[in-house]
Ligand binder design. Structure first.
Ligand SMILES: N[C@@H](CCC(=O)N[C@@H](CS)C(=O)NCC(=O)O)C(=O)O
Length: 215
């Protein structure tokens, strides 16, 4: 049975999973949720995703939620196609630790700052609320310290863990593709500032991938 992805095309977490499905050329069926009825809060959905969020997948009866866990399942369960995206099993303890470090940087350093800006700039206006610009200024300053850190890493290597692209790099892509200037313009911001040329080079490299372009 074809793997099913339940989510929404405008959800960053859904796009993270879509990206990996496309990178690994895994056949899938996309099942879009009905926002109008808040389908993800309904009892049937909660049987599959106890936190009432999107996305989740069903793969031959196996249900999994959390976009990064899904991505890691996909590369492990479908190793045949596309780039490996994770260190090889025999790459050694240190290679695996460096990969986990990069994955953690995206999840706990980059994502919370960018998501908080998104809340102010996108979700609040969508819900008829006024963005807190003082908060945006604090978050933008925080993002700048993050980007400076990325610049230090990326001035020494092509990708976050070395010369090969991994999931840690690709997990950033949803935030680089969906939002334009004035929302979470990570790339525009870096480009304008000209302070982080390697961040711009890295982000453009990720955006040029076939899978990213097809999102
Ligand atoms: N850590 C989760 C985050 C899931 C998440 O927050 N999804 C958002 C969309 S990107 C959602 O369900 N929003 C709707 C809501 O919370 O009502 C993941 O990576 O899958």
């Amino acid at each position: 049975m074809t793997l099913k992805l339940h989510g929404h095309v405008q959800s960053t977490s859904t796009r993270r999973v879509l990206l990996i499905l496309k990178e690994k050329k895994i056949p899938y069926e996309f099942v879009s949720i009905d926002w109008a009825v808040a389908e993800h809060r309904q009892p049937e959905w909660l049987q599959y995703h106890p936190f009432g969020e999107i996305p989740y997948i069903e793969d031959n009866g196996f249900v999994l939620y959390e976009s990064r866990a899904i991505a890691r399942y996909l590369v492990a369960a479908y190793p045949e196609e596309g780039p490996a995206l994770v260190p090889a099993a025999g790459a050694g303890v240190k290679a695996h630790a460096l990969f986990e470090q990069a994955v953690a940087v995206e999840a706990f350093n980059f994502d919370p700052t960018v998501s908080a800006i998104l809340t102010e700039r996108l979700y609040k206006p969508f819900a008829g609320l006024t963005p807190d610009e003082a908060q945006v200024a604090i978050l933008t300053a925080k993002l700048e310290t993050r980007l400076a850190g990325y610049e230090r890493i990326l001035s020494n290597s092509k990708y976050l863990t070395g010369e090969e692209v991994t999931l840690a790099d690709l997990f950033h892509v949803p935030f680089l593709t969906l939002f334009g200037p004035g929302q979470v313009d990570v790339l525009t911001h870096a480009e304008k500032a000209k302070k982080w040329p390697n961040v711009v080079r890295w982000a453009n490299d990720l955006l040029e991938r076939e899978a990213s372009k097809s999102l």
